[in-house]
Design a binder for this molecule. Structure first.
Ligand code: TYM
Length: 332
């Protein structure tokens, strides 16, 4: 089996529907075919300030939502990044072969640091993509399924793998990104030209997996549309309606054209009610299962520990080979 790696930041109490559609649904569908590793990347989350007690809680909640959404810890390896020490260690080694300018060209860093200002931006945020490369390369990963916002980071990972291999000898598998199509990208319901994000300033347009169904329903009924009144996909002219169609289609697995036909000649009210029912029905069992898992944190922690052991076995072997190649003296 080929190996698959992906991860998500525990940056909120709940995942949002973009993470669900763009990541979890894809992961779930791939875990049979691949030897899959999924991490909750807490070391990445602390590149921006986090409250310690809340970070711990968000990390558990993120893991619970992976499982509730159908990632099976008995089949896939589902673990917390900081539980496997090799991540931070390999990130250091890789940082020594990463160009300062090369890291500075990462658009996500440029966007975030511009918003925060240079003094509020941590060096950790700058080296974030190097840690992400370490995540991927430790597991000799073949494929990395991510949204298109992460594509540049996977390309950097490939460059670093090739550079290391040519400098020190074949060590890493060079991974391929599996970029989800545009149809998997979900936008904010109130601001349908910006990507839906866990760290959005306003939550009015964010659909959280763990929200009460009545709140999810309300947010969908209040989603921004347009004055044309016809349910039709046109990303440029009708970003709001197009985004709702994308969500509808992704969750039901039905083509957009078929949904357009179903709602032809009917108003946005009807369409939104239809979408509301679809999303609420999809989220309900996931939410219930996640809350059930969170009610027994000791058991959840036990599952995560066992999976971290499995991950560490693979990661430690790669790290040992790296230390050897780089010329670090082995401890006697
Ligand atoms: P993060 O936590 O920002 O996002 C997790 C995944 O969700 C996708 N995503 C979306 N997809 C569709 N519509 C949206 N609105 C939306 N918002 C987020 C992201 O593309 C991503 O796939 N750097 C990564 C985490 C990471 C990682 C890794 C990923 C760390 N190490 C190694 C893969 C391999 C991140 O920020 O994810």
């Amino acid at each position: 089996k080929q190996r698959l790696y992906s991860g998500m930041q525990p940056s909120a109490d709940s995942l949002q529907i973009g993470n669900y559609i763009g990541a979890l649904l894809q992961w779930r569908g791939m875990q049979d075919e691949y030897d899959a590793f999924f991490s909750v990347v807490d070391l990445h989350a602390i590149t921006v300030p986090q409250d310690p007690a809340q970070l711990r809680e968000k990390t558990r909640r993120t893991a619970a939502q992976y499982i509730a959404a159908g990632i099976e810890p008995s089949r896939s390896t589902l673990y917390v990044q900081s539980h496997v020490h090799a991540h931070a260690e390999l990130a250091w080694i890789l940082s020594t072969i990463t160009g300062f300018g090369e890291a500075g060209r990462m658009t996500q860093f440029k966007d975030k640091s511009q918003k925060q200002g240079a003094d509020a931006t941590s060096v950790g945020l700058f080296t974030y993509p190097v840690l992400m490369a370490a995540d991927i390369l430790l597991y000799q990963t073949d494929v990395v399924p991510v949204g298109d916002d992460q594509k540049q980071h996977v390309e950097l990972t490939r460059d670093l793998a090739e550079r290391f291999n040519s400098r020190f000898g074949d060590t890493f598998t060079v991974p391929n990104p599996v970029i989800q199509s545009e149809t998997a990208r979900i936008y904010d319901l109130q601001e349908p030209t910006s990507k839906m994000s866990k760290s959005a300033e306003s939550h009015a347009g964010v659909l959280w997996l763990l929200d009460e169904p009545s709140i999810t329903a309300k947010k969908i009924m209040r989603a921004v549309t347009d004055s044309e009144g016809s349910v039709r996909y046109d990303r440029a002219a009708k970003p709001g309606v197009s985004n709702l169609l994308t969500i509808y289609s992704a969750i039901t697995g039905r083509p957009v054209a078929e949904i357009e036909d179903e709602y032809a000649g009917r108003g946005y009210g009807d369409f939104k009610k239809g979408l509301r029912d679809v999303v609420v029905a999809e989220f309900e069992p996931v939410r219930a299962r996640a809350l059930e898992l969170l009610a027994d944190p000791a058991e959840l922690d036990r599952v995560l520990a066992a999976n971290a052991d499995r991950a560490a076995e693979v990661a430690d072997a790669t790290l040992a080979a790296v230390y050897e190649r780089v010329g670090l003296l082995r401890r006697g």
